[in-house]
Every structure is written in C-alpha cells, then in structure tokens.
Design a protein around this ligand. Structure first.
Ligand SMILES: Nc1ncnc2c1ncn2[C@@H]1O[C@H](COP(=O)(O)OP(=O)(O)OP(=O)(O)O)[C@@H](O)[C@H]1O
Length: 587
C-alpha cells in the first residue's frame, strides 16, 4: 500500500500528472468545440442503454406471463418487447450515421488544425523531424485523437447508465445478487491498472514503428529512380519486410499480453457468472423469486459485469490517444514563425519596387551546434541592382548564409538587416521573408501543370505574365514546344524535365513572385555557361533595382558580380580582385 502511494508520488514528481492533465486539457478543447454534436451522440447512446435495460425488465414480465399462462398479458408484454427491440434498431441506425458524420467532421478539422500549425512552426525547430514522421503525426495520431474524442465520453456515459441502471434494478430486487455480480470487480480493477502501464509502453513502441514505416515508404517512393539505378530493389524490399516483421512482432506481443489479461478477467467473470446463476437458482428453489425475475437477474448480472469491464476496457483507448496527443503536442508546442513585423515588411516590399531593398549582415556568428562555428564576426552586404556571389568549397556555409538571410535560422551574435536605402529597416525574420524569392538547391516542382506551379507564388498571374517570366528565365524556348505549352503536366517532382529545365522553371517561378531580393542557391548549376549568363542578365534586366544573391561553386558568374564573398575555414570574407583572379586560375 505504502509502496503504491510512493510510486504515485514519484510519478507526480516526475511531472507525469502535469503531462497527463495537459494532454487531457488539449483534447478537451476539441470536445468543447463540438459539444453539441457530441451531446446528441451521447443522448442517442444513453437512450440505447435505457432501452437495453428496458428489454431485460420486459423479458422478465414476458417469462412471468408465459409461465403464468396469461394469454392477454403475453400479447401485451410481447408487443412492448417487440416495440423496444425495433426502437433499438432505429436508434442504432441514427447513432451510426451521426457518428460517421461527426467523426468525419472532427477528424478533418483536427487534421486541418494540426497541418496548419505544423506549417507555421519555426523551421529551425521543425527541421529536426523527418517529414514521414510529421506525416504520421498529422494523419495517424490526429485520427486516433479524433476517434477517442468521439467515442470516449459517449461510451463512458452509456456504460455508466447501463451499469447504474442495472445496479439499481438488481439492488431493488435483491442486494445480495448485486454484491455477487460485482465480486470480480477488484480483480478487474487490479489487472487493468497493471495493464495500463504495459499498454502505454506498447503504444509508444507501436506509434514509433508506424512512424518509421511511413518515413521508409515515403523515402522509397521518392527515391525510386535512384533505387533502381543502383540495383537496390532486393535490399530495399528486404528492409521493407524487416520493418513489417517488426510491426507484426510488436502487434503479436501486444496481443499476447492483452489476451492473457482478457483470459484472466474472463475466467473471473465466468466464475462470477456461475455464482450468479447458482444464487438465482437457489432463490428460485426457495420460492422467493419468479422464473421471470431469475431470467432478469441473470441478464442484469451479465450487464453489470459487462459494463464494469467496459469502463476499464476504455483505458487502452485513452492510453493510445494520450500518447498520440503527446506526440502532436510535441510539434504544436514548438515555437511559431513570428509575423509581428509583417506590416512594416510589406511596406518595405512596396517601396522596394521603386528603390530596391538591401541586405546587410554585420558581425554575425553562427553555429548549428554549440561552439561549432560556421563562422564568427562575418559581414556581408548586397545593395539594390547588384549581383553578389557567395563562393567556397562544399559544406562550408553558403546555404547556411542564405538560410540566415531568409530568417530560417538565427545568428547567435550580430544582426542581419533588410530595408530600403534611406528608408525603413528591419531585422531578418519570418516577417521579412516576403522580400525574398528563393530558389533552393534541388527540385522544388509540385505535381500539376507548369502554369499551376507558376501560380503557386502568384495565383492571379495571367498567362501573359507567366509567359514573360518563362521567357526571362530562358524556359519559354522549351515550354512552347511542349504538347500543351504551359498547361503541360510536370509530373511528380518534375520527372519529365532535365535538371537544367527544372532549374529554369524554378527561376521563372521566382521571377513571377516579383520580390525585391532574389536568392539563387546553385540554381544555375545545371545550365551551360552561356545560358547561365543569359538568365542572370535577364533577371537584372527585368527589374534593374533587384538585389540578386547567388551561391555558386563555379566562377562563371564572377564577371557579372558587384562583389564576391568566400565562405570557408569558419570565415566569410569579401574576395578582392587578386583573390578572384587566383580563384579563376585554380578553377
Ligand atoms: N540543419 C543543420 N544542422 C546541423 N548542421 C548543419 C545543418 N545544415 C547544414 N549543416 C552543416 O553546416 C555546414 C555548412 O552547410 P551548408 O549547407 O551551408 O554548406 P554549403 O557551403 O552550402 O555546401 P554545398 O556547396 O555542398 O551546398 C555543413 O558542415 C553541414 O553539415
């Protein structure tokens, strides 16, 4: 007893109670939002329970009428019996329909909420999660929580009504009978307490395996071409089967545990059932109860036992959704993108159309991991109308610098400022991202047509505007030859185009966004030198005040740049003319 109390005190100290309360409150917020629908569902469930109790009472009268050979009474009671049964069928049908409607609505809304929250989460925190894992949290975990919100409360209410109703009816007829029927309760309570602890661990493992499966499936299909090219089909299939086996083993182990618990409680339940039969028969022999009352006793005793186990049986569901809520809350409690400077940033963007926007980085020090500096005290500037290049060996910090400018990561020291020359200035943050159009490394095309991809950044763009952007990015020359021009499907991840073509489409999309600063991260690396120069010239020609920042490995763009910075050896420094000449010679 003392050990039990100590155990709970320890768990409260560990913060488990606080966590559990937070999980329940989080779920309760959704219950409150749908209280009317959930209320209707509970009412229907409750009336179903009352009718079910009614059936037992009417069956008693029916048996008594039959054994008493009272034909008039038989007809009356049989009529009520049939009426109650038919009502139950209709109530169940309405309940099932309402349940589906509410389930679809609540599940979609919870998923929508979580989806939006994930998208608005700060990139620095979100980048640590695998996309498949996030996908599982949005789909699997959200579905689990929605299911519990819908089933837990209504089930508790209907079970409490069944239990309370049966208890009152039995106690009124014979309190001893009620006591015997509940003899198994302490055993059920103790086994469920033990099983709750084990189930929590099983559920955590289950959710992790399911999440790993989603990650694996997603990565396999995304990289199918690579897998085929490297002849990795057998290895990948083997890994797929291994993950499957893991989840099967876990499910079987969990099932074995659940079954042993079920066997233990069922054996106790059965023993209690026989005791009820015996006691009811004894009372009948004593002539203290009728045949009808005996029938009712036996059915009510089953109902008492059943509803008690039913309440305890809801425990695994609460555990499952508690774990899911915990996994979702882990994501939704991450810091959000702050948009507090949004209005000022919009103003800078507006003004930027006349005077352009500069980007200044002053004495910045940044490390992903503590003290593992990418660079310290680094400065950099890009003015309107300039093309500025960032060069340096692979893995030294070019992309990192661009991410800092975009406010996706934040420097530990120093500041990054963006603003109009002689006008307003802001610290780089999620709010100032609207000043940039960014072309990251790799493929960023989405399913849909070329025009759909273009309109992602400017939904109201006319065909003329799209064509003009495609022309400026030197993409129109191949798009116009396609069977449906800009209405041609790009296919998933743009598989129908060459790397250089995909890069030109991405540049066209960035041009259409019409932001005052354009960032290209190796975005022209797959183009031949002549096309690369043509594209950069067009970018400036289209908008002479645009600020262009290019991360590049090769020196082909140097001749067009106002300034070149080199990132490497934990430094970011401007390269003088001598340095550029040396770089060109080395290349
Ligand atoms: N999210 C991250 N968390 C921890 N370390 C990171 C992260 N992103 C990049 N790095 C590390 O920071 C360093 C700089 O990476 P970055 O992508 O900026 O290099 P890069 O100069 O752009 O390289 P490349 O020319 O190959 O694209 C690398 O050592 C990389 O491993």
């Amino acid at each position: 007893m003392l050990a039990g109390v100590k155990h709970y005190i320890q768990r409260i100290k560990e913060g488990r109670l606080k966590e559990l309360t937070a999980e329940l409150l989080w779920m309760y917020a959704y219950v409150r939002r749908y209280w009317l629908l959930i209320g209707c569902y509970i009412l229907l469930g409750a009336s179903g329970s009352v009718l079910s109790l009614g059936t037992s009472v009417v069956s008693k009268d029916l048996v008594d009428a039959i054994t008493g050979v009272n034909s008039l009474e038989i007809v009356r009671v049989a009529g009520t019996y049939v009426g109650v049964g038919v009502s139950q069928i209709f109530i169940n049908a309405v309940k099932s329909r309402l349940s589906l409607k509410v389930r679809l609505k609540v599940t979609n809304e919870i998923r929508g909420d979580i989806y939006e929250q994930v998208l608005r989460t700060n990139w620095e925190s979100l980048a640590k999660y695998r996309s498949g894992d996030l996908l599982y949290r949005v789909n699997g975990d959200a579905g689990m929580v929605a299911n519990t919100i819908l089933t837990f409360l209504p089930n508790v209410v209907t079970t409490v009504i069944s239990f309370g109703g049966a208890f009152i009816i039995v106690v009124q007829h014979d309190p001893w009978m009620a006591l015997i029927a509940l003899m198994g309760a302490p055993v059920s309570f103790l086994t469920s307490r033990y099983s709750a602890r084990k189930m929590r661990q099983f559920q955590r493992d289950n959710q992790n395996v399911a999440s790993d499966r989603t990650v694996f499936d997603q990565e396999t299909f995304q990289n199918l071409q690579f897998i085929k090219a490297f002849g990795m089909i057998d290895r990948v299939t083997e890994k797929f089967h291994k993950i499957q086996r893991e989840s099967v083993d876990l499910a079987l182990e969990q099932n074995r545990f659940q079954q042993s618990m079920t066997i233990a409680t069922s054996l106790v339940g059965q023993a209690v059932g026989y005791a009820c039969y015996g006691f009811a028969a004894f009372r009948l022999w004593q002539g203290e109860i009728s045949y009808g009352t005996m029938t009712m006793f036996v059915s009510m005793a089953g109902s008492l036992r059943g509803s008690f186990s039913g309440i305890l049986g809801l425990l695994p569901m609460v555990i499952r959704s508690g774990i899911s809520a915990e996994r979702i809350m882990e994501i939704t409690s991450l810091p959000r993108d702050s948009m507090e400077d949004k209005e000022e940033a919009d103003e800078i963007r507006q003004k930027g159309q006349e005077s352009g926007v500069y980007v200044h980085m002053e004495d910045v020090s940044f490390a992903y991991e503590e003290e593992d500096w990418i660079y310290q005290d680094a400065s950099f500037r890009a003015e309107p109308g300039e093309i500025v290049a960032l060069i340096g060996p692979s893995g030294q910090g070019k992309t990192t610098t661009l991410n800092l400018l975009l406010g996706l990561y934040h420097p530990q020291k120093g500041g990054i400022r963006v603003g109009n020359p002689g006008g307003r200035e802001l610290k780089a943050s999620s709010s100032t991202r609207c000043l940039f159009s960014y072309i990251p490394q790799g493929n960023t095309l989405f399913s849909g047509t070329i025009a759909d991809n273009m309109r992602m950044v400017k939904p109201e763009a006319s065909d003329e505007e799209i064509r003009s952007a495609l022309e400026a990015a030197c993409a129109w020359e191949f798009v116009e030859k396609l069977e449906n021009g800009m209405d041609t499907e790009v296919r998933e991840r743009g598989t129908r185009f060459s790397e250089g073509q995909k890069q030109r489409l991405s540049i066209a999309r960035a041009l259409l966004a019409d932001a005052p600063v354009m960032i290209l991260d190796e975005a022209t690396s797959a183009l031949d030198v002549a096309t690369e120069r043509r594209v950069l010239r067009q970018i400036i020609k289209k908008e002479p005040d645009r600020t262009v920042i290019v991360a590049a490995h090769r020196p082909s763009v140097f001749s067009m740049c106002s300034r070149v910075y080199e990132v490497g050896g934990q430094r970011l420094e401007e390269v003088d003319e001598e340095g550029i000449r040396r770089f060109l010679e080395e290349f």
